[in-house]
Design a protein around this ligand. Structure first.
Ligand SMILES: NC(=O)c1ccc[n+]([C@@H]2O[C@H](COP(=O)([O-])OP(=O)(O)OC[C@H]3O[C@@H](n4cnc5c(N)ncnc54)[C@H](OP(=O)(O)O)[C@@H]3O)[C@@H](O)[C@H]2O)c1
Length: 361
């Protein structure tokens, strides 16, 4: 089908791809859909009332993807796990001269994209935003917001407190992340996270503290590159952390035996045993994200309260695509959501999507 759409969603028939298409439709942004299965794409477009201006089933090769992306301005990539599928899509998007947004939560993939495509994106004046999603959009925005208001803060701890059930590809991504060390930004350098820090975190407004561990956050790559930022650590805090840590320990031990073979094995296990969750229920998917900025003798905290992280990912992608079409981006290159579109603007769109924030001084 020929397309006059300026945005193309690759992976449109997945759980998050659908939320993004719905958001684009809600915003009246003309878009096309791409994916690996024509029948699924056509059936979904029918459900959407034929909102997509074009549909392409495409083999996952750089040449085929480039051909399908050409003529569009923005590619939104929602095919995961990104460590397996992502690089070809970034390459194809840039080869087709498009801006690129994705929803990854995989820090190693983000690092590879920054290293391999950073220069090319800048030369072509294209924006590449990895993790234009719940992980790690809100944490980045909160940290940037604090830094803008209190430029003396130089050390940041960012905490994600999630609730809810991950989708199939999210679970595959989580298993890939779990067997890789991950990095934090320590004294101006990327340092590998050693072991699983056994800490507990007090979330403002909650009575009990939550068990937490150091995770490979996108903020340690992007926000950390801002001048004057010395330390960035990202944590996940949840009652489920002890169980998750046990799983990570088993997975890391297996990784020593099976090496990279564990990735496809994990993908397959998830496909056998995991099910796509139902639409997010706000009561079951409440989250808190916070960024605590410190300097000698001072601390400020920006806390966000919201629900439905997957819906928020859809909103962030629809909004970011619209900003790119309007030429409203602030920088080019491989950058974060807040760097591309502004911290206050990102917090505002999160607020519209039901996520409130407050600063504790
Ligand atoms: N960072 C965050 O906060 C955040 C939020 C949401 C999603 N995500 C990430 O986004 C990715 C997608 O998530 P999801 O919720 O949409 O998962 P999902 O429902 O399992 O969908 C996975 C998508 O990837 C496509 N896909 C899988 N293998 C493929 C292959 N070999 N070739 C081409 N396409 C392939 C699927 O196509 P079919 O429809 O044809 O099966 C589907 O569109 C995951 O990596 C997830 O971690 C991250």
């Amino acid at each position: 089908m020929a397309s006059d759409a300026r945005v193309i969603v690759y992976g449109a028939t997945g759980y998050t791809g659908r939320l993004i298409c719905e958001e684009l439709k809600r915003r009246s942004v003309p878009f096309a859909m791409a994916g690996r299965n024509l029948a699924r794409l056509e059936a979904y477009n029918k459900e959407l009332g034929g909102a997509a201006r074009g549909i392409s089933a495409v083999p996952h090769t750089v040449a085929d993807l480039t051909r399908v992306f050409r003529g569009h301005e923005v590619v939104i990539n929602v095919t995961g796990p990104f460590g397996l599928l992502g690089e070809s899509v970034v390459k194809a998007a840039l080869d087709a001269n498009c801006h690129y947004l994705d929803t990854t939560g995989e820090q190693d993939f983000m690092l590879a994209v920054k290293e391999r495509f950073g220069r090319q994106a800048e030369e072509k004046k294209r924006v590449v935003v990895n993790a234009n999603s719940w992980y790690f959009g809100p944490g980045e925005a909160a940290a940037h917001y604090l830094r803008q208001r209190f430029p003396h803060l130089d050390t940041y701890n960012i905490v994600y407190c999630p609730l809810g059930t991950p989708t199939i590809a999210s679970t595959q991504s989580l298993l890939r992340v779990a067997r890789r060390p991950g990095f934090s930004w320590i004294e101006g350098k990327l340092e590998p996270n050693r072991g699983l820090a056994d800490v507990s975190i007090q979330v403002p407004g909650e009575v009990l503290s939550k068990p937490a561990f150091l995770m490979p956050g996108g903020e340690a790559l992007h926000f950390a590159s801002e001048p004057g930022v010395r330390n960035v650590r990202v944590y996940m805090a949840s009652e489920l952390v002890p169980r998750f840590v046990r799983l990570v320990r088993i997975w890391t031990a297996l990784s020593k035996v099976f090496g990279d073979l564990l990735d496809p094995l994990g993908d397959r296990l998830v496909l056998w045993f995991w099910k796509t969750p139902p639409p997010e229920d706000p009561a079951q998917t409440r989250f808190v994200v916070m960024a605590a900025g410190e300097s000698e003798g001072d601390r400020k905290i920006c806390v966000l309260y919201g629900s439905r992280p997957y819906v928020i990912t859809g909103v962030l992608c629809g909004w970011a695509a619209q900003r790119l079409l309007a030429g409203a981006h602030k920088r080019v290159g491989v950058i974060s959501t807040a760097q591309a579109f502004g911290a206050e603007e990102t917090l505002e769109i999160l607020r519209e999507a039901g996520t409130s924030h407050r600063v504790i001084e």
